[in-house]
Design a protein around this ligand. Sequence first.
Ligand code: FRU
Length: 424
Amino acid sequence: MKSNTEKFGKTPHQPSLWTRADALKVHADDPTTTQPLVSADFPVLSNEVFIWDTMPLRDLDGNITSVDGWSVIFTLTADRHPNDPQYIDENGNYDITRDWNDRHGRAKMYYWFSRTGKDWELGGRVMAEGISPTVREWAGTPILLNEQGEVDLYYTAVTPGATIVKVRGRVVTTEHGVSMVGFEKVKPLFEADGKMYQTEAQNPFWGFRDPWPFRDPNDGKLYMLFEGNVAGERGSHTVGEAEIGDVPPGYEDVGNSRFQTACVGIAVARDEDGDDWEMLPPLLTAVGVNDQTERPHFVFQDGKYYLFTISHTFTYADGVTGPDGVYGFVADSLFGPYVPLNGSGLVLGNPSSQPFQTYSHCVMPNGLVTSFIDSVPTDESGTQIRIGGTEAPTVGIRIKGQQTFVVAEYDYGYIPPMLDVTLK
Ligand code: FRU
């Protein structure tokens, strides 16, 4: 494999590395970085649909924004099929686990609204059937642009391919609720280039998705984070000294970790409107450590850049492991260098007794962390589970320098606004 300098050039920055040595510091069940147990008697948002990735409406500075007193979230959503013969097992029972596991293939973007920042009411689909160019509408970010209520929804159009796209519409409020209008013309922005970011041709398991646009608090320019893998044919990456880091004797063996090549990508807009983008080298790479750094996002606090990203146990490389949850890194400037929070990167992981209880965490600038419930064991042995497909209890964390601490737990799906915009 080419070194980072050869692959990414000398400017504008070198990616920071999440090393194997960093990951060896990840410890499940540390109470300061573990999500409280989710009880199996959780309420569900809807019996008609599953929801998972949750995307609160926000502005380009990252503030969670309500409009005319209405909070709004977007969610990846798929119908539940309790009566579909396809999901009835040989005993005549609804196989909800299979239905849930199949959801990614039929993900659509829906929106919900609320007066209280919880108890969400279903608004409906954001785009009518046939508007989005591909089968799957995968995660992204809805941005409130102005007091006219214009919204740019950045998301990922998947199958065929994976393209970062955006669609513009408008949020309209009444006394009784919220609707989304427009969202009729989807504009493709960019796809993986094969030089910095891995393509489907280089690796059928590639990841390229989850746009998170933002205005840099320092230079004022419009950028976008996204999930990627480092370019190159699958299996061609090498895990050398830099990727390994400072490991103790006996930890030098990297096994087959060359297959894990996650990175956090960044692009810069060439225009004010964010219609024309240039991909830059990744901010962070996890070659030899983990294959997925999903839904990357920032919290700007105390003049620092707190970079968060979600990852799984099953995507860790040989010889390193950690819980499903959200990981974080901090830098003094946008292009790094980034160091892992808490030494390891782990910020909020599932407890080992309930390893799949939640996922897709989003850390908001007020320190609240939203996620969805995946599955919770209903018996001691963990063989019986209850599928979620709904909002998890929100967790509060405190971010202090290079450390984070779990400090609070709130209601299911509690996503309070940080500012309210009165529409003109
Ligand atoms: C995270 C995620 C995203 C993707 C979506 C697909 O839960 O894997 O990266 O956009 O789910 O359903």
